[in-house]
Design a protein around this ligand. Sequence first.
Ligand code: C5P
Length: 224
Amino acid sequence: NKKIIIAIDGYSSCGKSTLAKQLAKELHYIYADSGAMYRAITLYFLRNEIHHTNLNKVREALKDIHLEFVFDVDAGKSVLYMNDENIELPIRDMIISEKVSEVAAIKEVREFAVAQQQRMGNNKGIVMDGRDIGTTVFPHAELKIFMTADIAVRVERRFKELFAVNPAITIEEVKQNLEMRDYIDSNREISPLRKAEDAVVLNNSDLTMAQQLKIALQWAREKI
Ligand code: C5P
């Protein structure tokens, strides 16, 4: 069996990471969450009071950021470390979701993240999810999936996730955040969120996790 690269892109909270993890597990591939890297950089900027428009400071800061995905045996999944700190929890905070799209629109930030993402794909056998994986990070990926889901479904899913850790969150807040990120991500100058021409569309509004996995696995096996 040959190893391939699977690129999964789409709007916020479409279930990209759920599908990516399922596929990686099934195929014994690496799973890489590219959004976590942009979230980590955003966390670093917030903690160090670096404003994303101050490009000199941004460039200096990027030299000090070391990101690494480490497989956590207890959690049964890979978690992101920044400068040797497990940052999986703080990067999921709403404060980060509110800032991340602005940070991810910066050229220097994208170059930094994309270079590392491309290195992770050197040996193939990887499933990566994000916004520009099929268009920019791995334009030659053997399988590109573009995921969509109705906005109401996406809001409901993300709300449940966030409510579990923060009961103060409101549906309206979640909806606004998803819409704002989708807007900034789709309209930025560098690598905007787009369906790659050769990507297959997967709308999972009415699919169970098992059903979406079945469809995607079939697409993958056709390429392997
Ligand atoms: O995937 P997730 O929702 O965690 O990504 C957070 C944010 O990171 C996105 O809203 C987007 O602004 C940015 N991102 C990106 N390119 C990627 C992955 C994420 O610009 N490949």
